[in-house]
Design a protein around this ligand. Sequence first.
Ligand code: 13P
Ligand code: ZN
Length: 277
Amino acid sequence: MNSVLDAPFVQGFVRLCGDGFAQNWHERNGGNLTYRIRPEEIEPIRAQLRADGPWQDIGTSVPGLAGEYFMATGSGKFFRNVPLDPEDAACIVRIDEAGEKYQVQWGLKNGGRPTSELPSHLMNHEVKKALTGGAHRVIYHAHPANVIALTFVLPLEDQVFTRELWEMATECPVVFPEGVGVVPWMVPGGRDIAVATSRLMQKYNVAIWAHHGVFCSGRDFDETFGLMHTVEKSAEILVKVLSMTPKKRQTIQPQEFRDLARDFHVTLPEEFLFEKE
Ligand code: 13P
Ligand code: ZN
């Protein structure tokens, strides 16, 4: 029997939490992380899972995730504490056959429940599982300061955020060629914001929550953390630029993005390559 803590997916989960805290994206209990566990990752730890706990309402319906196992951070738990004691700060849950309820099968050893953003995480997972043929497994929510700051000064439009973030670093259109989506301010934790976010996840791997934070989706921990890191770095550059001048003196032009797309073999939707002024 293998220890749950020794499982590579648990170590990847824990490492991301420590790295996210080191980036200053997780004040107090800010942010949350979920990972859709592979069946072959469950088998070696199955004997340590307990299947006798109560079934709790998810708060939304995710039939596309029936029977799946997830690792999730706990609600109110601090990312900085996850590496110290993952069995207290995180959990493994199973989704029921209707996709309506979850059962905690490991972790949260001192009590608690999975993240309050579980509806958003699971609805995003459901969308991404279907869209990517099961390839995407990680949904990551963080509170990076520069992206949040931009939601006070830029129009809350996908086209504007995408174009501005792309312009700030040549790598950006290669890392997120599909762009980023923006959700206006909404009450967090519930089904409504989950529906709005998962709608954007049909099109993007990044959804920005105005005055709150960012959701990213990816295949693995490295890719998903790297996406959050790239978006926030770009936002940081934009905050510096806007702090120095109201108007950029020069920037990357639409045709230059098209040239980049050709050489880097990515498709950049024309809706983001509009002429300015
Ligand atoms: P949880 O502690 O419930 O995960 O909530 C943190 C958060 O960032 C809410 O959006
Ligand atoms: Zn949050």
